[in-house]
Ligand binder design. Structure first.
Ligand code: FE2
Length: 153
């Protein structure tokens, strides 16, 4: 089976996870104010999680005969995550809200991956998307809690 839908969501995920990691790195660098000592290393932890799923999904794509996007230009053009040059004027709440927005988008994207892999009978890729979605949703809960909000998933 060619698994074209699965391959498309995998490549979308490669681009979006790469850009999400860049966004989290930006927050890691530009945080300033109360909570810095706790949130600065937390962003490192989030990046490690994103990069782990990035590598797993890229290598799964190659395993099933696909070709992951790999240049910064391709990541930026394909990704639907929004990112702008940093300024010092944003509050920590604004920065965390940007991260939550990206994570909620990833949660929906990974659902598309679960649906595509169900349809194309690829249980192995389904398993990666399912565990990635679980981790992303748990992070949404934690970030929303930090912001004093319910998860809203
Ligand atoms: Fe650092």
């Amino acid at each position: 089976m060619s698994r074209e839908k699965t391959k498309a969501v995998l490549n979308q995920s490669v681009a979006d996870l790469s850009k999400a990691a860049a966004l989290v790195h930006q927050v890691h660098w530009y945080l300033r104010g109360p909570g810095f000592m706790k949130l600065h290393p937390k962003m490192d932890e989030l990046m490690a999680g994103l990069n782990g799923y990035l590598d797993d999904l890229s290598e799964r794509l190659i395993t099933i005969g696909g070709s992951p996007v790999s240049t910064l230009k391709e990541f930026d053009e394909l990704s639907k995550i929004e990112m702008t040059p940093a300024t010092w004027g944003k509050s920590t709440e604004e920065r965390l809200t940007e991260v939550v927005k990206a994570y909620k988008y990833l949660s929906e994207l990974f659902q598309d991956g679960i649906d595509a892999t169900d349809e194309e009978h690829d249980a192995v890729t389904n398993d990666i998307f399912t565990s990635a979605k679980g981790a992303i949703e748990k992070t949404v809960w934690m970030l929303e809690s930090e912001l004093g909000l319910a998860p809203g998933l």
